[in-house]
Ligand binder design. Structure first.
Ligand SMILES: CC(C)[C@H](C(=O)O)[C@@H](O)C(=O)O
Ligand code: SF4
Length: 476
């Protein structure tokens, strides 16, 4: 057999039937999906479809449901939702899980959290799996050696009824991260650098495999940050070959296999990598040493610059479409060309989301905040990625560090990542945010989002303006 990429191997081993006469990219197959994660926001119509057709869920145990998008994150929250729409979605998810036999982590469940944080920490996602779920950031699971991708509502229904999806094979791209990151530069900066270089649709149509020394050197949670946000570069399907670090990460996870099954699993997982001479449709490489801490200045994740740089000048952009997009972004963001990014003042600081609210992210941010206070006029919020992350952080005293620095220490959920609950920016407020999307109004109508790593959010909160976190390292 000719050499194959890891993507090809996973697709081949999950192909139930070919639906056309083609074999390469674009060919349509019926693909077996190992697991899914459901949320209150994208699952309702899928369940309604099942109910109307009188169908049952084929393998209820392969699905896990969580409430994450619409719930409040107030420290003393109860089961009540902020608005009637959210309340209805949460109630219906509860009803559906009960009627179709699916496990649910409801708002007050001790394991509640953002789906992409909850599923890995539970050991629900394992190497070699294919995971299709109703949320674009399902790509996160690539970090565990599982091919994850977002699917639409009608696909969720198809999945629930059959455990399969109609799927079009994608082209393959390998992104090599060569070398090792400099101090103060994080996984978030890697993925932001990638999107900045390739553009917000640079990986559209491709399944992306990340590889190279730089990836191998990253802890699994950092790899999740990269796989999570790669979708903002257009990648609908992301994978990294599982290695020792992944096996160590999974070893104590409650739902991971145990005993003999674990041993056998490791044997199999160790075979999950692209063949040495596998051919990718596209190869890209990034030099880790050249990556600097980045912040976005615009309204698309690719509109980013090194924090030490300046707001770009649309007048200097030769391409007319890009020039117009830049001008529009700067008008929305209320930024003048040539402004030093480090002088841009913020009113809000948000550490949260499925990109950057795991324990390691909170540790990094707390490392900057220890012994410091956030600037006057800045409101800071920390929203742990899951209730488990929240407890683990409390066990090591991180909550105290955040609270003493002046941050609010909240319950888990998507929160201010998107204004779909009661956490949002007021019009005109500017936020340093550890999230993944900076679209207009994403964090509230008229709100202005600057994406960056959690340590950079902490640094900005302390000074009151966008700040190169490496200044703090020098002071310490
Ligand atoms: C609500 C959901 C459809 C959406 C997604 O798929 O990503 C959300 O999680 C987001 O981040 O915008
Ligand atoms: S935290 Fe943000 S990006 Fe992640 S699932 Fe929730 S809304 Fe989407």
């Amino acid at each position: 057999m000719s050499p194959r990429t890891l993507y090809d191997k996973l697709i081949d081993s999950h192909t139930v039937a070919r639906l056309d006469d083609c074999t390469g990219p674009g060919s349509e197959i019926l693909l077996y999906i190992d697991r899914t994660v459901l949320n209150e926001y994208t699952s309702p119509q899928a369940f309604s479809g099942l109910r109307e057709a009188g169908r049952r869920v084929w393998r209820p145990g392969a699905a896990l449901a969580v409430v994450d998008h619409v719930n409040p994150t107030a420290p003393n929250r109860g089961a009540a939702m902020p608005d009637a729409g959210g309340a209805q979605q949460v109630r219906y998810l509860g009803e559906n899980c009960r009627d179709f036999g699916i496990e649910l982590f409801d708002v007050l469940h001790p394991l509640q959290g953002i789906e992409h944080v909850v599923a890995p920490e539970l050991g629900f996602i394992l190497p070699g799996m294919i995971v299709g779920a109703g949320d674009s950031h399902t790509t996160t699971y690539g970090a565990l050696g599982a091919l994850g991708f977002g699917i639409g509502t009608s696909d969720i229904e198809h999945y629930l009824a059959t455990q399969t999806l109609r799927y079009r094979r994608m082209r393959t791209m390998r992104i090599m991260l060569d070398g090792i990151l400099s101090p103060g530069v994080t996984a978030k900066d890697v993925v932001m650098a990638l999107i900045r270089t390739m553009g917000a649709s640079g990986a559209t149509g491709y399944a992306v495999e990340f590889a190279g020394k730089g990836i191998a050197a990253l802890p699994v949670e950092g790899r999740m940050t990269i796989c999570n946000m790669a979708v903002e570069g257009g990648a609908r399907g992301v994978i990294m070959a599982p290695d020792e670090a992944v096996f160590n990460y999974l070893t104590d996870k409650p739902r991971a296999p145990k005993g003999n099954v674990w041993e056998a699993a490791i044997q199999h997982w160790s075979t999950l990598h692209s063949d040495p001479d596998a051919v990718f449709d596209r190869e890209v490489s990034l030099q880790a040493a050249e990556i600097e801490p980045l912040v976005t200045w615009g309204i698309s994740p690719d509109q980013a610059a090194p924090v030490g740089g300046r707001v770009p000048d649309p007048g200097a952009e030769p391409d007319a479409d890009r020039r117009r997009d830049m001008a529009r972004a700067l008008a929305y963001m209320d930024l003048a060309p040539g402004t030093a990014l480090e002088t841009v003042r913020i009113q809000r600081a948000f550490i949260g989301s499925c990109t950057n609210a795991r324990l390691s992210d909170l540790r990094e941010a707390a490392g900057v905040l220890r012994g410091r206070r956030i600037a006057d006029g800045v409101r800071g919020m920390v929203v742990p990625g899951s209730s488990s992350v929240r407890r683990a952080a409390e066990a090591e005293g991180l909550d105290r560090v955040f609270i003493e620095a002046g941050f609010e220490w909240r319950q888990s959920g998507c929160s201010l990542c998107l204004a779909m609950n009661d956490d949002m920016l007021a019009p005109g407020e500017r936020c340093a945010s550890s999230t993944n999307r900076n679209f207009e109004g994403r964090q509230g109508a008229g709100g202005r989002t600057h994406l960056m790593s959690p340590a950079m959010v902490a640094a900005a909160a302390v000074t009151g303006h966008l700040t190169d976190v490496r200044r703090f390292a020098r002071e310490n």
